[in-house]
Design a protein around this ligand. Structure first.
Ligand code: DQA
Length: 144
């Protein structure tokens, strides 16, 4: 079984982008950590990132066939995208929403998430550990 780990806009710059908020680790570090956790449960991961909303929607559709669970950091689309929410509502497996930063401590426009209407669990403020913790949670649900 595979867990899709989907990342939205600007997260390709993770490690370089506002490190005081998002830290110095990169998406490659996230991929390595999550792959190691998934392997403990006999699962694999597919980590993807796009700056394009439609691409993320296409990957969620692909996940309907190929993924047992989804970890998603929709980045800024969290706060704007009904289309990503609708796509996630077509997916039957567990979904965990991840934010590297503690969004509720930040600007008011980051406090609302469309994706939270679908997410079964939400991580915020754990830095990149949030991805590995989310993967561990899905591992417990999906293994066996
Ligand atoms: C983010 C929080 C969002 O508000 C922001 O637009 C991001 C990253 C996070 O991981 O903390 O790009 O999703």
């Amino acid at each position: 079984k595979t867990i899709y780990i989907l990342n939205g806009p600007n997260l390709n710059l993770l490690g370089k982008r506002q490190p005081e908020i998002y830290g110095h680790d990169t998406l490659d570090d996230v991929e390595r950590n999550c792959a190691a956790v998934a392997a403990e449960f006999g699962l694999s991961i597919r980590l993807l990132q796009s700056n394009w909303e439609g691409q993320i929607i296409d990957w969620i559709h692909e996940a309907r066939e190929n993924a047992a669970g989804i970890v998603i950091n929709p980045a800024a689309f969290t706060h704007t995208s009904v289309a990503i929410l609708d796509a996630l509502n077509t997916f039957d497996g567990p979904v965990v929403e991840v934010h590297i930063s503690q969004v509720h401590k930040r600007e008011a426009f980051r406090h609302h998430s469309y994706v939270s209407q679908r997410a079964d669990a939400v991580m915020a403020g754990f830095g990149i550990d949030g991805y590995a913790l989310a993967t561990r949670h899905l591992g417990g649900l999906l293994a066996g």
